[in-house]
Write a protein that binds this ligand. Sequence first.
Ligand code: CTP
Length: 469
Amino acid sequence: MKEHLQHKVFKCISECADELGLETYVIGGYVRDVILKRKEPKDIDVVCVGSGIELAKKVAQKLHGKPQVQIFKNFGTAMVQHKDLELEFVGARKESYRKDSRKPTVENGTLEDDQNRRDFTINTLALCLNKERFGELLDPFGGVNDLENGIIRTPLDPDITYSDDPLRMMRAVRFSTQLDFTIEKESLDALERNAKRLEIISQERIIDELNKIILSKTPSKGFKILFNTKLLHQFFPEFVALHGVEVVKGKKHKDNFYHTLEVLENLSKNTDDLWLRWAALLHDIAKPDTKRFENGHGWTFHGHEFLGSKMVPKIFKRLKLPLNDKMKYVQKLVLLHLRPIVLSKDVVSDSAIRRLLFDAGDDLDDLMLLCEADITSKNEEKVKRFLNNFKIVRQKLKDIEDRDHIRNWQPPISGELIMDTYNLKPCKIVGNIKNQIREAILDGIIPNDYEQAYNFMLEKAKELGLEKH
Ligand code: CTP
């Protein structure tokens, strides 16, 4: 395994370890990823039997001429930054956990103790760095075998490993999704048994893992495992509610849980953008709450796009996702996701197209990607027809945009001008006149030019009984 330790930094750590007489290994994610030939890892975890901090200081001295390291007292670890690498040093530990906390009590231990307390066999692999045994692999749990066979397995009884640190349940699903590995049966059963224990994990950590699942190549795989093991029920009940099919008078609606995952999967082929992927996850989130069976019509979900966009901030807040422009972007896409398809009808007014250009602005291309991904029919003819419709919509949008330049357009009359003209402070009336001017231009009632818009403002203000100042 020496071939995996070519980087100069390993030679340096090796010399320091020998000088201090410390048995030392590179362990965990680095070893896993180099064996899998994933991207060259930038985080290197080093474990020694003894003081990790002392070893870190010596390595920093040798690399940088100063024994300066960043120490994380709570974890007993020390970090050395070297170019684009983060080297993390820790002494081998034995840990025991309490039922109500992720914070273990830590005691010094052997390398074996340290490997025992790790999450998965594929993360326990250790390569020795001492000169005599340089590159020797320590693999007490058959981790290399599991890497070859694509298996996620815990080194100890899974009930112990997951109960020790319930975040590992999310990590199991995340690794299984990222690496396209299978979670071994006993471990899978333990996930369901221990799902409730996720409650002691902070929302930030859970969402961190969930986002990694969403960003992987086939995110639906992760969501199906989260659902089947009921981990999803612990933190995302709105998404769980999408699951299921109801039948009334022989008519059933589609299962919106699997439909949403298909949309996410389709979209993931065309974008790596986390927030666009979130928009796919949430686009139908209000369907359970808006579902009705209407005689003569069948199933309807009227207004699910409005209610859905209203639900976005609540969901973001609870899940500890950012409450900033990213959230607004997701809200906007959820709100607009039905609009493009309507524009494919034969007779569509230019104003409807201008309105969508205005409402979507810079996010129009993302919206179109979402809408195209939303076609999940199994009927090939239908899919072809829908895709063709979207081509027509794209063309119409392009034609009108080339002519009217509505994307990122600002109406010619500003709020300031209205306030100056009528000696008003910021108030509802100003917004009202401004909106009327904007709507009149989008509807094609007046052209998009200053003079006509100004006259329109005079007219509307007069109707409201305002006098020029
Ligand atoms: N680890 C663990 N339990 C956790 C987190 C981490 O046992 N809840 C161990 C694993 O051995 C893991 C190592 O600590 O390999 C480093 O953790 P981390 O840096 O979070 O993950 P990596 O395995 O390096 O993978 P990634 O960088 O993809 O998160």
